[in-house]
Design a protein around this ligand. Structure first.
Ligand code: OAD
Length: 253
């Protein structure tokens, strides 16, 4: 039985264009809880789907704002882990590589990845709830004198909200369109740390596969992707991605 890492190296060596899809699992070893974990301690009594919606924000703006302030604080102290660094190193072999991420942190960019598509927005950014000056009307919080939370848009007075996609909201159109194109063009898709259950991100592996791409999955558990992965590297991405890039390097690629 060939070692799955070696199987993955063989596939990567023959790859023309690799696309990477990441989920919350790739940031777990940086101390950023996966989306459904982000409720330990203070938040255990809330359901994320009750916090990450426009309705929840309109019903309890301060509660939702405080939850995101808590998650932003978690992300502020987070550092890229070996998995993020391994993906950045992979660009040496695949300069055209694109990372499509469902994560709202900036750890891929901090590790040095140069082309990252954020399907679900970016928690570090804020915007006017009404997008009064176009979608999105981003607001620099550091330029505001914050006297209440949630703060108010300096242009129109509406609440300011995190620039992330909430349940029931459309994904940023340009990001999603490019993600579809990149997934169609890939001949290998490396899928790291996602349960593969949330649409439309979960369609991307299918689009890639339907266009002939081979799927390599990295996840310590089984996911919705596992049944159609050509190779499964079972383990934490910090370890498995590092081993994969090292094996690629040793193979003289
Ligand atoms: P999930 O929390 O659904 O899944 C995280 C995946 O990471 C699971 O499959 C875990 O097995 C795996 N995992 C855990 N530890 C890992 C590790 N050390 N290395 C690699 N994988 C590990 O997170 P996502 O699939 O990213 O959407 O969730 C997708 C979306 O669901 C999120 O972006 C969010 C949520 O609704 C929005 O916020 C719009």
């Amino acid at each position: 039985m060939t070692d799955p890492i070696q199987q993955a190296v063989t596939i990567l060596k023959q790859a023309r264009q690799i696309t990477v899809l990441t989920g919350a699992g790739v940031s777990k070893e940086s101390g950023v809880p996966t989306f459904r974990d982000a409720l330990d301690g203070l938040w255990t009594r809330y359901d994320p789907q009750e916090l990450a919606t426009v309705q929840a924000f309109q019903r309890t703006p301060k509660l939702v704002w405080d939850w995101y302030a808590y998650r932003r604080q978690l992300m502020r102290t987070a550092e890229p882990n070996p998995g993020h660094h391994a993906l950045a190193a992979l660009e040496r072999y695949f300069p055209e590589m694109v990372i499509i991420t469902q994560n709202v942190d900036e750890l891929h960019e901090q590790a040095g990845s140069s082309d990252v598509i954020h399907l679900h927005g970016n928690i570090v950014q804020s915007k006017c709830l009404d997008n009064c000056r176009g979608n999105p009307t981003t607001i620099d919080l550091t330029a505001l004198e914050i006297i209440e939370t949630p703060p108010r848009c300096p242009h129109c007075g509406a609440y300011i909200r995190p620039d992330v996609v909430w349940f029931g909201e459309l994904l940023p159109e340009a990001a999603l369109l490019r993600a579809y194109q990149i997934s169609e063009q890939a001949d290998v898709m490396l899928i790291v740390g996602t349960s593969g259950m949330v649409m439309p991100a979960a369609i991307l592996p299918r689009i890639a596969q339907n266009n002939g791409a081979q799927i390599i999955e990295i996840n310590p558990d089984t996911s919705a992707i596992t049944p159609f992965a050509r190779v499964k590297l079972e383990g934490p991405s910090g370890i498995m991605l590092s081993r994969l890039v090292e094996a690629l390097h040793n193979d003289g690629s």
